[in-house]
Design a protein around this ligand. Structure first.
Ligand code: AMP
Length: 460
């Protein structure tokens, strides 16, 4: 199977092609090019791919196509496709993708996860649902109460299987699998394939096609990454300072956590002489398109965005992504930095981490399975020293390998527990090397910043 093909060559229906093009996608990602033909043909698929590779569309597009080929004749609509995900954030994202790609199709979707009231979810299920996205705990609760039956299921997707096991959901997953019809299509996605995952895959897949995208081509690997430890109130000055260098930073996308934050940062930059605009959900469609057009054309150098507003945005030649705020969902980091370094081009991701965000950084490093080099900077550094390996870990609840949070936490959210606060007792900055000036690497020239003084703890 060739990696490089067009969406037209994948033989998707016009409705899906339209939806994909509306998202701004021009070519399928490697996992899409490899998996979609097999999934469309009804084969079981073992997909080895990380978040950020476009794996959601790799299963969502063929599922939408196959289910819409024989839409139900009305009346009660049994669940025909189940997508199981380990966290509620991922469940929401996957569900959003089904909504986006399926917007021209008459299929119904719903998403269920724990941590919120179940009544609206039950209401949605009562109306009939073709595609259900769920975390295991809440799904089992709803099955036990008779609100979900999976007898008519045609397609089962297990997403992020390795994380599912890491989080202790293996028993729940097995219980769900037991109630699925034997005859079905199964699409199994995992970033890694340790022995316990292979065992599970062997048990639930029939004659699968294995498709794989090598980690070397995954987003997090091709983008050069740096983090500054900087206090919240210093972030603005640091960003303004770094963005002065128009030569090495021809086009930068800056991420903030909130819409308000995006507006504020864009205003502050502009006031400081770095013209910037913001896009987020409160801006009119016209204003968003205008800003994006300018950014694409290169007349606007800096765009500040929230995660939602930046979804699906694909901009050629984006040299830098700045994480003004670190995302609290680690996958979001991968999505964000995946905006740069596209199609083999090099890119630079620069993150600002204040003392409240240390736990987020730890989660991110765990997810991308590498440490992010720390840039030492005399002018803007945080009062707190970088955490030593294990510091942040101690101040947070452990990752619940072994099922610590049990079933009903199927949709638990990740929360920082103030990893930085635990550091406050330590004396700040002693014995740390100080570097003369902050610098952001140019993607073309390679890192121009001083070598990292130390890196954070390694995650396997
Ligand atoms: P995923 O790995 O499914 O979480 O997708 C990562 C990001 O890639 C999402 O923001 C998608 O909107 C985006 N994406 C998926 N497929 C494509 C494509 N063919 N071209 C450009 N972006 C894509």
């Amino acid at each position: 199977m060739r990696d490089f093909m067009t969406f037209d060559e994948l033989q998707l229906t016009d409705s899906l092609l339209k939806a994909v093009k509306a998202e701004g996608y021009t070519t399928p990602t490697p996992i899409q090019a490899k998996a979609i033909p097999h999934a469309l043909a009804g084969k079981d698929v073992l997909g080895v791919a990380q978040t950020g590779t476009g794996k959601t569309a790799a299963f969502a597009l063929p599922i939408l196509q196959r289910l819409s080929a024989k839409a139900p004749a009305g009346g009660a609509r049994p669940v025909r496709c189940l997508v199981l995900t380990p966290t509620r954030e991922l469940a929401s994202q996957v569900s959003d993708s089904f909504v986006t790609y399926g917007k021209n199709l008459p299929l119904r979707h719903a998403v269920v996860f724990g941590g919120v009231g179940q009544n609206p979810q039950v209401q949605a299920l009562r109306q009939g649902v073709d595609i259900l996205v769920a975390t295991p705990g809440r799904l089992l609760d709803l099955i036990d109460q008779g609100f979900v039956t999976l007898r008519a299921l045609e397609v089962f997707v297990l997403d992020e299987a390795d994380r599912m096991l890491d989080m202790g959901f293996i028993h729940d997953v097995r219980r769900v699998i037991k109630v699925l019809p034997q005859v079905r299509q199964t699409l199994f996605f995992s970033a890694t394939l340790p022995p316990d995952i292979m065992d599970l895959a062997r048990n639930i897949l029939k004659d699968p096609v294995r498709v794989e995208v090598s980690p070397a081509s995954s987003t997090a690997e091709t983008v050069s990454q740096q983090v500054y430890f900087v206090e919240r109130e210093e972030k603005r000055a640091l960003l303004t300072h770094l963005l002065q260098d128009a030569k090495t930073i021809p086009r930068a996308l800056v991420f903030t956590r909130t819409k308000h934050g995006a507006n504020r940062v864009a205003k502050q930059l502009t006031a400081a002489g770095v013209r910037a605009d913001a896009i987020h959900g409160n801006k009119s469609q016209n204003a968003r398109e205008r800003a994006l057009d300018e950014f694409r054309a290169g007349t606007l150098r800096v765009l500040v965005a929230t995660d939602i507003a930046a979804r699906g945005i694909d901009i050629d030649g984006l040299s830098h992504v700045f994480n003004y705020d670190l995302p609290n969902v680690p996958e979001q980091y991968v999505h964000r930095i995946g905006r740069t370094g596209r199609a083999g081009a090099s890119g630079q991701a620069v993150s600002f981490c204040d003392s409240e965000e240390r736990a987020y950084l730890r989660d991110i490093e765990r997810t991308i399975r590498r440490s992010v080099p720390v840039v030492a900077d005399a002018a803007f550094r945080s009062q707190l020293p970088p955490p030593l390996p294990g510091d942040v870990e101690e101040s947070r609840p452990p990752m619940n390998r072994g099922g610590g949070q049990g079933r009903s936490s199927g949709g638990q959210s990740r929360q920082a527990s103030g990893g930085g606060n635990g550091q406050a007792q330590r004396s700040g900055g002693q014995g740390r090397s100080q570097q003369p000036r902050p610098a952001v690497a140019s993607p073309a020239a390679g890192p121009s910043s001083p070598p990292p003084r130390r890196t954070m703890s390694k995650w396997g």
